[in-house]
Design a binder for this molecule. Structure first.
Ligand SMILES: Nc1ncnc2c1ncn2[C@@H]1O[C@H](COP(=O)(O)OP(=O)(O)OP(=O)(O)O)[C@@H](O)[C@H]1O
Length: 579
């Protein structure tokens, strides 16, 4: 129970105290008309039995009490509504923000293992369920339990036998509910998975819409979405079909307490072991006492969902963040010692031994899939190595604070992501505090000032999500501008010139030259002519280092490198001087 509440409130159980207090007060207030009615009926009964006139003054008081009750009820309901919803939106806003912040600090390995729609569903759908659980379902459920316990204790003081009749079916109802929990866990999990799959297929469909059009995949991809939606429909019907009857049975069973009460009560009356007024009290109470519990049962399925959502959220929240507290010093010597890594079971890198001196340019070359990008990703600590160690300035990367590491690294990757924001702010990603002049200077060095200035809104131009309104080359130059403005000591370039048109290539090559001057640079180069002057070229083959050296050395001694260069010569008709 404690865990359930902790999960539903996504770690903030205290937020439920106020909501539950108000929900209980509201439920108690709803019982008051029954008390007022009881006094009226009781007086009718007594006056009839004692053969005396009705106490009209009492009825006046009861009418007055009804009016006061109405006003108080409205006030309490309004306040309860406000408190409950404020708490719910507060918890979900803080929870979403915390989760988003936490996601940023998780390893990419963990994020890769999740379905793309999963986290979106969690942020939107799961938190929406928690909102309704915190605002309504849980406070009402807790209020129902509190009320049942309070009523039990007070009614026992009047007549314990009648109280037991009223609650006679409760143990059986609790057993039914407990039994349905196992079913709900299984079906609820499958239902949520079906929702996640639908969201993922939809996201995949929208993201790949260009490929779907280009390769006429409409039917095939659409069938995948259709299947996901169909599974969702089946799971939704299954869960309603199974849990609906369980809820109805539980409510009906509990209400069986009323006929038991009438039956036993009549017997006790006949035996003269019960007075009529007490019998009356119980009949009146029985008309309202089951209401909160009925609401609880009707909301039960939704509440179980909220619980599953809470568990899903807490599972991510409990994932360890990429750890490390050490700060890098001024020494930027990079050393890989016996590094081994695999994304899944298959090893992708084995026994990587490499030293990169500060302010040198190291190029990684090798056939596709040989592990070049993985080396760069390990250095950027997107993943932690599984064997061996990577050090910068003698510090094991695993012990370095990731934020500190990123402050010393700039990355220009193949798939540049631009945020749905102005170009100015997209360049400022490299340095949030950069002035407009600094942004322009960086853009000039990255050879993108010209095309930005030609846009109608210049640096204030909004780019689409992912940078969809700019060409590949333009996006890449903006990412180079980001790196310029960051001015970090280590630069990781992944196919930095891949998306550039020939016309701009020379200019951008010059920009990169400026960028990397006096920096420690690791570049993944597919076009080998760009790295001929590298201080060190590392040739990778099937996850191991085949050879290291300068261009001249490798061309003469490394067969694979020789082959790669010759292949490119042929492909690009590039005249290459062998001297
Ligand atoms: N996220 C991932 N999950 C699982 N396997 C991966 C992942 N990323 C890469 N791999 C695999 O790891 C191996 C090395 O990939 P990597 O991207 O490092 O090679 P690369 O030399 O950079 O290739 P390319 O030149 O084609 O970009 C490949 O077999 C690839 O399929």
């Amino acid at each position: 129970m404690k865990d359930a509440i902790y999960n539903i409130t996504s770690g903030e159980p205290r937020k439920l105290v106020q909501s539950t207090f108000w929900a209980t007060l509201e439920s108690v207030a709803r019982l008051l008309p029954a008390v007022i009615a009881f006094y009226g009926i009781f007086e009718l009964f007594e006056s009839y039995q004692q053969n005396r006139p009705l106490n009209t003054r009492l009825f006046l008081y009861l009418i007055l009490a009804s009016v006061v009750w109405f006003a108080v009820q409205v006030l309490i309901s309004t306040l309860a509504y406000e408190k409950q919803y404020t708490a719910a939106y507060d918890v979900s806003e803080k929870g979403r923000t915390k989760l988003a912040n936490h996601l940023r600090k998780l390893s990419l390995g963990f994020l890769d293992s999740r379905d793309p729609g999963d986290l979106t569903t969690m942020m939107l759908g799961d938190y929406a369920l928690l909102e309704s659980a915190i605002s309504r379902l849980v406070p009402q459920a807790l209020a129902a339990v509190i009320l049942l316990v309070l009523a039990f204790v007070s009614l026992c003081l009047i007549d314990w036998r009648m109280t037991l009749c009223l609650y006679a079916m409760l143990p059986i109802v609790l057993l039914v509910v407990k039994g349905s929990n196992i079913l709900m866990k299984k079906l609820g999990g499958r239902h949520i998975q079906a929702k996640v799959d639908s969201a993922s297929r939809l996201q995949e469909y929208l993201q790949g819409i260009k490929e779907i059009k280009a390769y006429s995949l409409g039917g095939q991809q659409f069938a995948r979405i259709q299947q996901a939606f169909d599974t969702l429909r089946k799971e939704s019907i299954r869960i309603e079909g199974v849990l609906g009857p369980v809820v109805m049975v539980a409510i009906s069973l509990l209400r069986m307490g009323l006929p038991i009460l009438v039956f036993i009560g009549s017997y006790l009356l006949a035996q003269r072991s019960l007075v009529e007024s007490v019998f009356l009290v119980f009949i009146v109470v029985a008309s309202r006492i089951y209401d909160p519990f009925t609401t609880l049962m009707i909301n039960y399925t939704e509440m179980r969902y909220a619980l599953i959502s809470g568990e899903r959220i807490m599972e991510i929240r409990n994932q360890p963040e990429v750890a490390g507290t050490e700060e890098l010093n001024e020494d930027y010597t990079i050393r890989f010692t016996d590094v081994g890594f695999s994304y899944k079971e298959e090893p992708v890198l084995q026994k990587i031994n490499l030293e990169i001196q500060p302010r040198t340019l190291t190029a990684l070359v090798g056939p596709s899939g040989s592990g070049k990008s993985t080396i760069v990703k390990l250095l950027a600590r997107f993943y932690d190595v599984q064997t061996g160690v990577i050090e910068i300035g003698g510090k094991d990367l695993k012990t370095v604070n990731p934020e500190n590491l990123y402050s010393h690294l700039s990355m220009v990757f193949q798939d540049v992501y631009l945020f749905k924001d102005t170009i100015l702010n997209n360049i400022r990603v490299g340095n949030q505090t950069a002035s407009f002049e600094e942004v322009v200077a960086a853009a000039k060095k990255a050879h993108c000032h010209e095309f930005i200035s030609a846009l109608p809104d210049g640096y204030e131009t909004l780019v689409g999500e992912g940078g969809s309104t700019l060409s590949g080359g333009e996006k890449q130059r903006i990412s180079i501008a980001r790196a310029f403005i960051k001015q970090s000591e280590i630069i990781l370039l992944d196919e930095a010139t891949a998306a550039l048109d020939l016309e701009n290539e020379a200019g951008v090559q010059q920009a990169i030259k400026n960028l990397v001057a006096d920096k420690t640079v690791i570049v993944i180069a597919h076009r080998l002519k760009t790295i001929m002057k590298a201080d060190q070229i590392v040739v990778l083959d099937k996850g191991t280092i085949a050879a290291k050296g300068t261009h001249q050395e490798l061309y003469q001694t490394c067969e694979l490198y020789h082959k790669l260069v010759d292949m490119q010569n042929e492909a690009t008709n590039w005249k290459f001087s062998k001297g």
